[in-house]
Design a protein around this ligand. Structure first.
Ligand code: COA
Length: 160
């Protein structure tokens, strides 16, 4: 990742909460039919916890966010047996292909590991190759809210 980029934890009072929630709303709003942007912002704000689950991380270029990823308890409503989840991995189009998502995924992995999680999950319709390169394994192919997706898992070593 470029040296002029900084990875930060996003607090719930951050002025960037609405921007990142807007990205998530534009990208995945169809998974929450009928949810307005204002409700999406408040829901996203509750994910901006101080440590562990939930947490949101952002990559900043100067004062502007360019990417995000989060660690949440629940990301698939009918799979409450699986927790926690890597979610909302997103990089602005002009910043893609520079390792920003990879760095964000690593940061979320560190957070899960530091908080005692030995396995966590994600689902993706089309980014399986990216996550496989980062060490994630396929768990299950299924349809979820009208889309073909793969649930993947990552096993984490216990902290020394
Ligand atoms: C998927 C997404 C998050 C990837 O973000 P990214 O920052 O481009 O990801 P990375 O740079 O870490 O890795 C992506 C690619 O860049 C390559 N790459 C990594 N570091 C690089 C570098 N320094 N220079 C050039 N390429 C690099 C990777 O090998 C990878 O190659 P690929 O094109 O064959 O997949 C981004 O495209 C996105 O936001 N898409 C829309 C939302 C989405 O689909 N999110 C995932 C939901 S599961």
């Amino acid at each position: 990742m470029d040296t002029d980029l900084r990875l930060i934890r996003l607090g719930d009072a951050s002025p960037h909460v609405a921007t990142l929630a807007g990205w998530a709303h534009d990208e995945w709003g169809h998974l929450h039919p009928g949810r307005e942007l204002a409700a999406a912002i408040e829901s996203f704000r509750t994910d901006c916890g101080p440590a562990g689950v939930p947490s949101v991380f952002a990559v900043m270029h100067e004062a502007r966010p360019v990417g995000m990823a989060s660690l949440v308890a629940d990301d698939m409503s009918d799979r409450q047996d699986l927790t926690p989840w890597l979610a909302s991995v997103y990089v602005r189009p002009e910043w893609r292909g520079r390792g920003i998502a990879s760095r964000l995924v690593r940061r979320v992995e560190e957070e899960a590991q530091a908080h005692g999680h030995r396995r966590f999950y994600l689902y993706t319709p089309d980014q399986q190759a990216l996550y496989r390169r980062l060490g994630w394994k396929d768990l299950e192919d299924r349809r979820y809210r009208g889309e073909a997706v793969t649930i993947m898992h990552r096993d984490l070593a216990p902290m020394p």
